[in-house]
Write a protein that binds this ligand. Structure first.
Ligand code: GRF
Length: 199
């Protein structure tokens, strides 16, 4: 039975709340998938703690461990092949995926971004910077986007989006909390769509 399940790798660098949401969605929605690897560039973070608690294999992989970017890319590819990964989910992963890996997994690497792309995306737009920019722009809507990863930051084909209001008096922190709650639902819905063609 488990043969029909897609083998997922989740890449994380931080708290891991999207990782947790995806993990629980797979169980609650009985999705045909299993998270078999949590890859992180940090040896200690909330995402890695969660993976250990739930018996998901963790792997530390950082550019710092390698002499060249090519060596780093090859190590990442080896890890993905050894674990027979079908789909890679970036969940708060703050490193660029090497081009060799993107080429080897076309339309198999997915990211979530805390804005309504193409607005407020691109190099350097991550974390609180995104929410600061949204508030400074005076937009009355923000949201989150799940998209495929290509060679350019936040430019891959959009899979799903959802929006939240920007309220009078919002700070970057209050907006970030609202967007993050939206992300958890959206990422789970997008995964369901990718796995089943529905959502
Ligand atoms: C999220 O806002 C996600 O969109 C961004 O980084 C944050 C990660 O949060 N890429 P978490 O680690 O999933 O809690």
């Amino acid at each position: 039975m488990s043969d029909n399940k897609k083998r997922l790798a989740v890449f994380c660098s931080g708290t891991g709340s999207n990782f947790r949401a995806l993990f629980h969605a797979i169980i609650e929605r009985e999705l045909p998938a299993e998270i078999v690897l949590c890859l992180s560039n940090r040896s200690q973070c909330g995402a890695v703690d969660f993976a250990r608690e739930y018996g998901i294999e963790t792997m530390l992989l950082s550019e710092k461990q390698f002499k060249t970017q090519g060596d780093f890319a090859r190590a990442m590819l080896r890890a993905l092949r050894e674990h027979r990964i079908d789909l890679i989910l970036l969940a708060g992963y703050l490193r660029k995926i090497p081009d060799e890996v993107i080429a080897a997994y076309p339309d198999k690497i997915v990211n979530i971004h805390p804005s309504l792309l193409p607005q407020f995306g691109g190099h350097g737009m991550y974390g609180m910077r995104v929410h600061e920019a949204v508030i400074a722009s005076g937009e009355n809507r923000s949201g989150a986007t799940v998209h495929f990863v290509n060679e350019e930051y936040d430019k891959g084909r959009i899979i799903m989006q959802n929006h939240v209001p920007v309220l009078a008096g919002d700070t970057p922190e209050t907006l970030a909390e609202r967007v993050l709650r939206c992300e958890h639902r959206l990422y789970s819905d997008a995964l369901e769509k990718l796995l089943t063609g529905e959502s």
